[in-house]
Design a protein around this ligand. Structure first.
Ligand code: ATP
Ligand code: MG
Length: 158
């Protein structure tokens, strides 16, 4: 369905904001304009839920999580940045593999199956978007994804 992304993203962040403890700070850098995407709301919600829970899970006490959304001509680019434990450069691409978890011992105490990002990649690719990450060990991680924007011309249609 046609979704106004900024409003939708804010609602997802609000839900996490209400349930989170004081451990992390949320910082939103979202544009003040409407951006329309043709997407399956439930699936993109699942992607955001996993990426945001990961960011919280691997954040230190008092860490900030930053939310961004930018539009170019044809694409929307979303990113979620944490100041958490990060990961070594050679593992950032592997985290999108099924069941892959960085450092088994650290992962075990955190809980989870290692499927979240593999599913996220499937969902984003099904929407003709891309998802990737950048990370520095001990500094933090940013997960990016893109989604095609609906052209302005079609706005009147639904
Ligand atoms: P699940 O999402 O299935 O509950 P999970 O969170 O372990 O389990 P993924 O979301 O697929 O699985 O993430 C895979 C692995 O990537 C994680 O186990 C973790 O090692 C690493 N990872 C993901 N996001 C971050 C992050 N923000 N900071 C540090 N490591 C991360
Ligand atoms: Mg996860």
């Amino acid at each position: 369905e046609r979704v106004e992304f900024v409003g939708f993203f804010n609602q997802v962040i609000d839900r996490f904001s209400m349930n989170k403890d004081e451990k992390v700070d949320f910082v939103r850098h979202l544009p003040n304009k409407n951006m329309y995407v043709w997407m399956d709301k439930d699936k993109v919600t699942q992607v955001l839920d996993n990426v945001i829970s990961n960011a919280i899970k691997y954040s230190p006490e008092g860490g900030s999580i930053r939310f961004d959304a930018h539009s170019t001509k044809k694409q929307l680019r979303v990113s979620i940045t944490d100041e958490g434990i990060g990961m070594p450069p050679d593992t950032v691409e592997k985290i999108f593999d099924r069941f892959y978890r960085v450092d088994k011992s650290r992962a075990r105490e955190m809980g989870g199956t290692g499927l979240g990002l593999a599913i996220a990649r499937e969902m984003i690719e099904a929407h003709h978007g891309k998802i990737w990450a950048e990370s520095r060990e001990g500094k933090g991680t940013t997960v990016y994804f893109t989604l095609p924007l609906m052209s302005q011309k079609r706005r009147g249609q639904s």
